[in-house]
Write a protein that binds this ligand. Sequence first.
Ligand code: PLP
Length: 410
Amino acid sequence: MKFNAFENKIWLSSPTMHGEEIKYVNEAYETNWMSTVGENINEVERLAAEKTGCKYAVALSCGTGALHLAVKLAGVKESDRVFCTDMTFAATVNPILYEKAVPIFIDTEYDTWNMDPAALRKAFEMYPDTKVIVVANLYGTPAKFDELCAIAEEHGAVIIEDAAESLGATYKGRQTGTFGTYNAISFNGNKIITGSSGGMLLTDDKEAANKARKWSTQSRENAPWYQHEEVGYNYRMSNVIAGVVRGQFPHLEEHIAQKKAIYERYKEGFKNLPVSMNPYQAEISEPNFWLSCMLIDENAMCKQVRSDSDTCYISEHGKSCPSEILETLAKYNAEGRPIWKPMHLQPMYRSNPFVTREGNGRGRTNAYIEGKGIDVGMDIFSRGLCLPSDNKMTAEEQNKIIDIVCSCFE
Ligand SMILES: *Cc1c(COP(=O)(O)O)cnc(C)c1O
């Protein structure tokens, strides 16, 4: 080994606590609001609405629950087609399946690594009656909302924004989590701020917010007894979790500044390598820089093969690949991660449509095929990776990560 391994593991992204969290958790305990009702819940809903500029926030047990209620609010029914971001965490898509609807995966663009408006346009040509689009902001970078919202409006479709990774990011000055009719954020343990778990539905529609609140607490009707007219869920946030979230909220901007500094330091450190950082539209958007990622230039990729469960590569002078870098980081006790493997490449979605800007993106074995154009998600998955992005990582530790990555190209 060229370097000493890190004594303490460098995490991809771990919770960063500040002290106020335990105060609010204690308050819940001392006042015995150890329940899904209480001051912490009211306060985090107020804070989230205030921060994002969305009128209503409904605190839930997780972001996935928020997406599920969003899918229901959008009126998605069994067998309906739903356009969905392809290169994302599985939680973006799962709620579509909870409602027995059919996700149609829309390919990615290279400018922000989010849903490609050109591919979405193509998808509407192929499936014109689709009424719902689920758009995620990958790794904290806002999608191309001007284009996506315009296309949605043209077709009378509703946008659900999955802003689980992008809380605090802005597009043209407007916070993410406000571009959909229904929006989801997450307080999962590795997100920009956390409650250890938790999530929220954000919307400007008062009636929708009230419905979500009712559904999330087992759909009790207004009656002197337990009266039920529709199916319910146990999705409400706990007042204890809300205490943690409440203590984290004042530190959101500080976390973003730390994450941005990490991104900038990587960018500078890699300036002589044949790689680029995960991109964003610098003129119009400001990500929250949740995870720093890198993409290896095509001509600097050594041979790398990935099966459904394994990978192998052949080291080459002056070149590298994500598998080699991830393996090397792990060897030194640092945690990187592959890019989210696109949903259209997942065995469980084998028979779901996948649309690129050229049209049907199925039936290919390579990212680029003459006449079929490019499968951008497949390409970014094969050449990209997430770097250790923990906001407690010191500059010194990060410099060493940079040296380790550089050594992979030697
Ligand atoms: C974390 C995440 C979710 C789910 O949030 P949970 O709170 O963990 O349920 C959804 N979508 C994306 C893109 C995420 O990264």
